[in-house]
Design a protein around this ligand. Structure first.
Ligand code: EPZ
Length: 414
């Protein structure tokens, strides 16, 4: 549980860690080779530990040295992923492609749904079948076989981050070229492609498609992960909601363009340089409409924290969630804090209020948790946010970084 004494303006600088959603696919990419893969700027997060537990179970050796991972070994990979680990974190499903490509066979549990609504993996399975895998779903697990994957053209009718990563990972060892049409272009996907290129695959972004030409075997590589744009956006919003002044160090402004555009519209002062962004919050935000959208659109992962900010605006904001069917876990708890939000379909209508009131609330996923902490920082008085384990999945040293900015927050275990 996190205790928050709200009402303080957050001011100062906060260093941004490596991107969780770049670290996870990079860890699974190490399954594609038996040579050492060195990954720098790795955030110490529960989800990263889960991914490392999984690849150790499959036969890899892992050494942490400060923020660097050294992953080696795995001559013989176990082709069955422990269901408990896959169920714990959806991104574990990314071990399917690499296992299939290396071991010719793979059994991976279907990832659970979560608070964001159903999260099928049909694009993943469709793509791997196009690469020649025979796939059956039995007892809640995917069993896939392929003597050798063969490159193919795969069209995604939604630019799914995970499905694009799955196909890049499998395509890196497939015979010939795989072309993904309508791929995801999130910076984390581009970062994975960069790592695969260093390992020997040929990857080219080509307008509305990405091409990857696989190799018989892939080599090791050394790679530094991009900074976490979602972590950065969360701290910038913490500054905005407390009409403070926060500067993130490390995140790339271009990765935050959609957020910074909307923060300016809301009356924030925004400045940025090569690797820093600074936001000064207004005494009261102006209402802002936005819709989430695949990159470079407004990131769905910043929708809940942005809604928390807009609950204090002087007017009505309309927020449309287009990526997930039901990303509204933050709404009920925000209502408990005095916010005025109405949800109809995938639209949240937020009527701004003067002030939020402190409350004891429950986080249901990583970004809903972040939204509730931000709201608590703005609400004068003591709030309690349960479900801190969600925050530990996605934010490295969350409490410590907030305290650096002057926040009165205490982590009291769950
Ligand atoms: C990644 O999830 C991120 N996770 C998510 O961040 C992020 O919200 C999401 O991309 C969108 O940007 C990681 O990178 C580990 P998708 P992913 O496949 O890959 C539907 C966080 O808090 N879909 O782009 O699962 C799906 O249901 C997490 O860090 C299918 O229908 O996202 C969803 O509605 C939360 N079939 C939409 O596409 C499929 O086969 C976007 O999913 C795959 C996806």
């Amino acid at each position: 549980m996190i205790k928050v004494r709200g009402g303080e303006r957050l001011c100062g600088e906060v260093p941004i860690s490596g991107a969780k959603n770049a670290a996870l696919p990079a860890i699974f990419a190490s399954l594609l080779t038996t040579e050492p893969v060195i990954i720098h700027n790795v955030p110490r997060l529960a989800d990263v530990e889960t991914a490392l537990d999984l690849i150790r179970n499959l036969g890899k050796e892992v050494v942490w040295r400060a923020e660097t991972l050294e992953i080696r070994g795995g001559e013989e990979l176990c082709w069955e992923a422990p269901a408990e680990l896959v169920q714990r974190m959806r991104a574990s499903f990314l071990c399917l492609g690499p296992l299939l490509a290396r071991a010719g066979k793979a059994k991976v549990a279907m990832p659970g749904g979560c608070a964001l609504g159903p999260r099928p993996v049909d694009f993943h399975l469709y793509g791997l079948a196009k690469l020649g895998a025979s796939i059956i779903v039995k007892d809640g697990a995917v069993v896939a076989e392929a003597a050798r994957l063969r490159g193919h053209m795969v069209y995604l009718d939604f630019p799914s981050v995970g499905a694009t990563e799955q196909l890049l990972l499998a395509g890196a060892l497939a015979e010939g070229e795989t072309v993904v049409i309508n791929p995801a272009r999130e910076p984390e996907v581009v970062d994975l492609a960069e790592l695969l290129r260093k390992m020997g695959a040929e990857v080219a972004w080509d307008g509305d498609r990405v091409r990857i030409r696989g190799r018989e075997t892939l080599g090791g590589a050394e790679h530094t992960l991009i900074p976490d744009r979602i972590e950065a956006g969360t701290y910038l919003l913490a500054g905005a909601i407390t009409h403070g002044r926060v500067r993130t160090i490390g995140a790339k402004p271009r990765h935050l363009a959609a957020l910074l555009d909307r923060l300016s519209l809301a009356g924030c002062e925004v400045e940025f340089g090569e690797n820093w962004v600074e936001v000064r919050g207004p005494t009261r935000p102006k209402p802002v409409d936005f819709r989430t959208w695949p990159y470079p659109g407004f990131p769905t992962d910043l929708q809940p924290p942005m809604v928390a900010f807009l609950t204090l605006a002087e007017g009505r904001s309309t927020v449309t969630e287009t990526v997930y069917a039901a990303r509204f876990g933050h709404v009920e708890p925000l209502l408990q804090m005095g916010a005025k939000i109405q949800v109809s379909g995938n639209v949240q209508v937020v009527e701004g209020v003067e002030q939020l009131r402190p409350a004891a609330v429950e986080a249901t996923d990583i970004r809903a948790g972040a939204a509730l902490v931000l709201a608590a920082l703005a609400a004068p008085g003591e709030s309690y946010v349960r479900g801190e384990h969600h925050l530990r999945r996605g934010y490295e040293s969350f409490g410590e970084k907030l305290r650096r900015l002057g926040a009165k927050v205490w982590e009291e275990g769950d």
